[in-house]
Ligand binder design. Structure first.
Ligand SMILES: Cc1ncc(COP(=O)(O)O)c(C=O)c1O
Length: 366
């Protein structure tokens, strides 16, 4: 099989060190293993810069979506009404989950290349005083847009609402002020650079501790998971042992490299280099510059040219990288992520591959 690096936003390319941490079969009952879980939970709170007396972290088996759904269920009661903001597929997934769970909500949707207006949020909350929870996505990985969560969170707080954020693809890679955030969701295989297998919820302790009996599903009951895990680090049900050890190693590396600030600086540099280089080659980014985040960039297909994503994908893959198809329904796009073990040298190499591909296509046409 062709070997390649992932220019996709998780799973992502990890270090050999992280991969090697999986090279042993750990016992879920063993005290060393349980201590690893506790260390991970504590380190996540340090990264978030929150007071461990006020916040806790809960790990949940499964991909990120499992934790989003678990939050909706565990932190809502029959009289809860949500305001759900959406400008991409992941916001839409929250809405879909709310429908599945038959939750009461208002939706505020804007186009995928636009951000939400805090004044509109304020109006919606004024008009619907029964709304108690506001939820949105931070880095909308559908497009790469970075939503201004601080502005919206402020409005939510001014209206005495809880504020939940899906920070799946941003936590650890973009600085986040946890001050107004009641619950944040992320996963093992994003900016901390672990492998897929569990999701993470950082939540106010008093909120989770008062959530007993809310969840409509047993395996997604975060309260129950928290109760068990907080005791001694033992996971409820089968623990993804290899993934946990990989994440533990990824956290050590993350700290050694300089934490969120260093991760953010590198991703930002990758993104800027990529966008500039692609624009030089004639590609246009989909998201306006002022809202573009450092995680992933969506590019439009070049205008007036026959363009075959599969052909380009295979050309790039054979040369050592894989990219992502677009996720927009109205325009043809593709996406390039720059998180994981990806450095400016990789971006330069990918740009060279794109350039060679464009030249070959140009020669074919003439
Ligand atoms: C912002 C965001 N939310 C939710 C998800 C869903 O996570 P998963 O695919 O791990 O279930 C993703 C996945 O990339 C994401 O980027």
């Amino acid at each position: 099989m062709t070997q390649y690096k992932l220019l996709t936003p998780g799973p992502l390319t990890v270090t050999d060190r992280v991969r090697q941490a999986m090279n042993f079969d750990y016992c879920t009952w063993d005290e060393d293993y349980k201590a690893v879980t506790q260390e991970i939970r504590q380190k996540l709170l340090q990264i978030a810069q929150v007071d461990p007396d006020r916040y806790t972290s809960v790990l949940l088996q499964g991909s990120g979506s499992y934790a989003v759904e678990a939050c909706l269920s565990t932190f809502s009661r029959p009289d809860t009404k949500f305001l759900i903001l959406s400008n991409g597929k992941y916001g839409e997934r929250i809405l879909q989950m709310a429908d599945y769970q038959k939750l009461d909500y208002e939706a505020y949707k804007v186009a995928y290349d636009e951000v939400h207006d805090p004044q509109v949020v304020a109006c919606l909350l004024d008009k619907n005083p029964d709304i108690s929870h506001v939820m949105m996505v931070h880095s909308e990985t559908t497009s790469g847009i970075l939503n201004p969560i601080a502005d919206i969170a402020q409005v939510a707080k001014d209206h005495n609402c809880l504020f939940f954020v899906d920070a799946m693809s941003s936590f650890g890679g973009v600085p986040i002020d946890m001050g107004p955030i009641d619950a944040l969701i992320t996963s093992a295989n994003k900016c901390i650079q672990g492998v897929p297998g569990f999701a993470i919820v950082l939540v106010r302790k008093d909120l989770i501790e008062s959530s007993k009996g809310n969840s409509s599903t047993l395996s997604l009951d975060l309260f129950d998971q928290y109760q068990e895990m907080a005791r001694d680090g033992k996971w409820r049900y089968t623990s993804p042992t290899h993934v946990v050890m990989a994440f533990h190693e990824a956290l050590k590396e993350f700290e050694e490299r300089g934490g969120v600030a260093a991760q953010h600086a590198r991703y930002q540099k990758n993104q800027e280099l990529l966008q500039e280089g692609m624009e030089d080659l004639g590609f246009k980014a989909y998201v306006p510059r002022e809202h573009q985040g450092p995680i992933i960039t969506t590019f439009l297909y070049p205008e007036g040219q026959a363009w075959d994503f599969q052909d380009m994908y295979h050309y790039i893959k054979e040369r050592g990288y894989v990219i992502y198809p677009g996720k927009l329904t109205d325009v043809d796009t593709f996406r390039i992520g720059n998180i994981g073990e990806i450095y400016p040298e990789d971006i330069t190499r990918v740009l060279d591959i794109f350039k060679a591909y464009m030249e070959e296509k140009d020669n074919d046409r003439h």
